[in-house]
Design a protein around this ligand. Sequence first.
Ligand code: SAM
Length: 301
Amino acid sequence: MKVPSKKRGKTNTNGAGELYVVSTPIGNMEDITLRALDTLRRVGVIACEDTRRIRKLLSHYKIHGKELISYYRGVEEGKSSRLLRLLEQGQDIALVSDAGTPGVADPGLVLIRQARDLSLPVRVVPGPCAALAALTASALPADNFLFLGFLPRNKKTRRAFLSPLRWEKRTLAFYEAPHRLGASLADIAAAFGRRRMAIARELTKLNEEVLWGRAYELAEKLRSHKIRGEVTIILEGYAETPWEVKGSWSGYSLAAHLEKVMQEEDLSLSRAVEKIEQLRDVPKEVLYKIAKESGLEGKRK
Ligand code: SAM
């Protein structure tokens, strides 16, 4: 298909076209901004992952006559040079992915980086992103969060990846493929136990649901009851004092709490550690370290 010439004057001075990074719906076709639609109508070329997916969106909004250039993982380097040449020739280009925001666990980085390196104008047309939508729906703090993309596929690698995250205070967000969900949840439960978790499924679609509970509860629930569709996992960050016990234990440091439990309930250090691990969601290693520093270790039976 012939590339249509630009119809509007350029905002940049060197005559190059502009690269628009456009977010598209993650399910519901209506979740697209007016500016995204205007951009898709205006550009001559759309770089996209699966041409069938974007065609569906374009035809829904009666946008026709665009040149679609497929741009997916594996061809990013090769396709970028063609797209950069078009930009240099003055062609405006929209970059989209199959769903959500390009570059977020999706292709986009190579083209955006190369356009920046060549001082070509890059503009963002923000919109849906599954991680942000899931965080918003999760009932977990989103002031400060850590998005980690897809979890490693290999069990051993995944466990090694999750283990140090037990100490991470920020809310964690992961993408996961539905067929790996069960195995990943088992590993999440092993590492995070009682931590609160939201599994956001099929957001903005007909079967949208958010499963909410403790990591071990949801892992158990989904072991027997498989779920389908796209999922994003949101996990509570590490907190020395979780909300439900904050009030009752706020006066006690961990050392004082350990000592109190050992004395008043006549528990060994290991039993006291187990109890406080459950109550306050503090990893055992931390409690033993504190016990050692506070001279409580000698009392261990
Ligand atoms: N770039 C996209 C974005 O901004 O959301 C993410 C692309 S990534 C290849 C696809 C993953 O996003 C899925 O495997 C799933 O984890 C998550 N996802 C996409 N759509 C979703 C939805 N409607 N509900 C929940 N999670 C979704």
